[in-house]
Write a new protein. Structure first.
Length: 341
């Protein structure tokens, strides 16, 4: 399945980038193949509309902000966060009140900007540990990968690649993976495992250990379609919670957003050290994942891919995404039929 071919994905909230990326200028973004523009109003609230002026189709993202409104660079038409035209400088009538640019649902959560292109079917996922006392938040990166989000998310729960892709960082030398137990939920699943990982020098500092290998308890919560919260608990009491939000830009590209929650301090392990280790790991993944096919087979009816036991989490993701999207489609069809009755 290609991302833009599934219209029900428009009914999920998607994480774009940290809200700190919004400055005094509008910010362009492409979501599921649709060009949008995002900005903050005078109260600091983010808004998103179609990146296309209804006058002569100029990109609003090339414009400016004035009094909380976005101003088209071509003729100065101004629009508010609801998409309503508030000013046509060349006219003194109130005609502009009937003119709109398409507006989208937009919100700030966890320090990130989220957008839903159509009516939201679900809330933004709740990160239970987010408000835990004693935890700090470290923003790691927000960048584009030339890979579909489903491939990246499957990789986050793939235990079999660690000994190969991450052989130089933390992967065990044993190619036989520690397979997780899986608890299936309506909107995703929870995967639990206790793998052995190697401790490179930088990681030994973070773990306060001299051991070459550590067993860590990993609890990964996957949310349909492309969101995960993975808590990694180490024997020394450290908890490192990875929060990953993958957003489909188009059929071949993904915005990869990640931050962590940790129960240590800046003095113990600096922000730079935290980011450096996770960047090393994710860049190892990136080189491989960007070589994969963006068209992920959901039913594999033509035998496009072969599978093994460790692929279960990824195959379950495909099943859940298809099931949830099909349910949304059936519900929408039923509502349309009832409205026309």
């Amino acid at each position: 399945m290609l991302m833009t071919q599934e219209p029900m994905l428009r009914r999920f909230w998607h994480c774009l980038f940290p809200v700190s990326d919004l400055t005094e200028k509008p910010r362009a973004f492409r979501l599921l193949g649709e060009d949008i523009v995002v900005w903050k109003d005078l109260d600091g609230k983010p808004h998103a509309v179609q990146d296309r002026c209804p006058h002569r189709t100029a990109k609003l993202s090339l414009g400016t902000l004035d009094n909380g409104h976005i101003v088209c660079p071509y003729h100065g038409w101004a629009f508010d966060g609801d998409g309503a035209c508030k000013l046509i400088p060349q006219e003194t009538t109130v005609r502009q009140r009937a003119i709109h640019v398409r507006a989208y649902h937009c919100a700030e959560r966890y320090g990130q900007v989220w957008v839903c292109l159509d009516e939201p079917a679900f809330d933004i996922p709740l990160i239970e540990p987010y408000r835990r006392p004693g935890f700090r938040q470290v923003f790691e990166f927000s960048e584009d990968w030339a890979c579909t989000p489903l491939r990246i998310m499957e990789n986050e729960f793939d235990a079999a690649h660690l000994s190969f892709v991450h052989a130089t960082s933390f992967g065990s030398t044993d190619p036989i993976p520690n397979l997780p137990s899986i608890e299936i939920l309506d909107d995703g699943f929870i995967a639990r495992s206790r793998p052995a990982v190697r401790n490179p020098e930088g990681q030994r500092v973070a773990l306060h250990t001299t051991e070459d290998t550590t067993f860590r308890m990993t609890t990964g919560r996957y949310y349909v379609p492309f969101f995960r919260v993975t808590e990694i608990a180490y024997p020394n009491g450290l908890k490192n919670i990875l929060v990953t939000a993958l957003t489909p830009i188009d059929d071949r590209n993904t915005r990869f957003n990640q931050f962590v929650l940790r129960n240590d301090t800046e003095e113990e392990v600096s922000t730079e050290q935290v980011i450096a280790f996770d960047r090393m790991v994710t860049l190892e993944d990136k080189a491989i994942l960007e070589s994969t096919d963006p068209d992920v087979p959901f039913d594999n009816s033509e035998g496009e891919e072969e599978h093994m036991a460790s692929d279960r989490p990824g195959l379950l993701m495909r099943k859940l995404v298809r099931s949830v999207c099909d349910d949304l489609r059936k519900s929408a069809t039923k509502e349309t039929e009832l409205a026309g009755a």
